[in-house]
Design a protein around this ligand. Structure first.
Ligand code: CMC
Length: 384
């Protein structure tokens, strides 16, 4: 009898291909040679988007041209706007969550994109820029519909981050809020073969088109074990707050955590397949979010203090550390962003990484088609 071939559950540790886009190490996260702390401190989201999509740091004129192209593509086709008018009805009646609305909008954007069926490098880059420019408008219009407001049209004088916040609320964000959003988008932009990016590459590897690959990636990102963790982390903190009351009573927090451990619950926003000593993005966003909380007032500082207490117990008792989604939940909450939009905002950033990977796949393709170790019934006859 032959034993089943060895397999890696969850593809843990499997090196599936080569990529020049991103390097995820225990000690560093690197986009095309630049470390994430360096980028978070010195690069704007548009610069990082250019770096990921085009492959090098833009000079001033390249950056201006890139920003102008994005601004020119912010408006949505009329058909999508008509569809998004129903977003509020669907979300408020719980038929859909914002990630579902965004997934459908990306798919329909494909129907309306003149390059949809063209997988050439030039067409892919044009499509990537259009998606990057239009996704914030989808999120903004969707949120307007959910709140029963007229659509807030994109503005051509605002950055990607400021315009996203502006379209969601109708108010121009403060420079501080714009900066926090921008850094969060820089941190979220790319992360090698994570589940959604891998999904997009599998679809691209069949010579599927970019909009199809991104639609699949959005579906993959929605899950709580992946991008959906930023919403789930905030929901978990709200649950803790409801259970323990308004004060951060240490004994009550410990009690809540021990009950979760006893029930073998996965705590959202903690753990990582690759990073075993902590996610480099988390402290960067935590520091920024905490500063924003200090500016907003006690309720928000207490949320961060609760998060810090939870983090300490996880570190001390489980040696499991927060990933970027944990501070993201607290940070976006502090900024007043509705929780169900946290993961769509992740899409507004990760679209850059996905599109870079789809282009890399199409440029040097071999279909992704692994095997599985069969463990079903032995051979048998239908007529027995
Ligand atoms: N809470 C409690 N225990 C955990 C957690 C957690 N969040 N994460 C890992 N563990 C435990 C896990 O139960 C296992 O214990 P044991 O060996 O006793 O069974 C051990 O740590 C190893 O974990 P694993 O399940 O083998 O880890 P994985 O690589 O399969 O999964 C993960 C990684 C991120 C899906 C997982 O840590 C998790 O479910 N975290 C919560 C969801 C989350 O925050 N996801 C965001 C991921 S990172 C950013 C992103 O993609 O957006």
């Amino acid at each position: 009898m032959t034993s089943a071939p060895v397999h890696a559950k969850g593809l843990e540790g499997v090196i599936a291909d080569e990529s020049a886009i991103c390097n995820v190490e225990q000690t560093a996260l690197i986009y095309r040679g630049y470390e994430i702390a360096d980028l978070a401190a010195h690069a704007s989201f548009e610069e990082v988007a250019f770096l990921l999509l085009i492959g090098h740091k833009p000079n001033a004129s390249e950056l201006k041209a890139f920003k102008d192209e994005l601004i020119a593509e912010r408006e949505l086709p009329e058909m999508i706007k008509q569809n998004l008018k129903h977003a509020g009805e669907l979300v408020n009646n719980k038929y859909a969550v914002p990630m579902d609305i965004l997934r459908t909008a990306v798919s329909v954007l494909g129907h309306l994109d003149p390059d949809c069926q063209d997988n050439s490098a030039e067409a892919n880059l044009r499509k990537a820029k259009r998606l990057l420019a239009k996704i914030p408008t989808v999120i903004g219009h969707m949120q307007n519909s959910i709140e029963g407001r007229e659509f807030v049209a994109p503005r051509s004088d605002l950055s990607h981050s400021a315009n996203l916040l502006y379209m969601m609320t109708g108010s121009e964000p403060s420079p501080e809020a714009e900066k926090v959003m921008d850094v969060s988008l820089v941190l979220y932009a790319e992360h090698d073969y994570n589940a959604s990016t891998f999904t997009s590459r599998v679809i691209a590897s069949t010579l599927g088109d970019m909009h199809g690959a991104v639609t699949g990636a959005v579906a993959a990102l929605k899950g709580k074990l992946h991008g959906g963790a930023n919403e789930a982390a905030m929901d978990m903190l709200s649950d803790i707050r409801n259970d323990i009351g308004p004060d951060n009573d240490a004994a009550k927090i410990t009690g809540w955590m021990h009950k979760a451990f006893a029930e073998k619950r996965k705590l959202m926003g903690f753990g990582h397949r690759v990073y075993k000593n902590g996610d480099h993005r988390a402290p960067i966003l935590h520091a920024l979010g905490r500063k924003a909380a200090e500016a907003r007032g006690e309720e928000f500082v207490k949320l961060f203090e609760l998060g810090e207490a939870v983090q300490k117990i996880m570190a001390d008792e489980k040696t499991i550390y927060p990933n970027v989604d944990f501070p993201c939940g607290m940070t976006y909450f502090t900024m007043g962003i509705p929780v169900p939009q946290y993961t769509p905002i992740f899409v507004a950033s990760r679209i850059t990484g996905w599109c870079a990977h789809i282009m890399e796949q199409h440029a040097n393709n071999r279909i992704i088609r692994p095997r599985v170790a069969y463990i079903g019934p032995a051979l048998r006859n239908w007529n027995d």
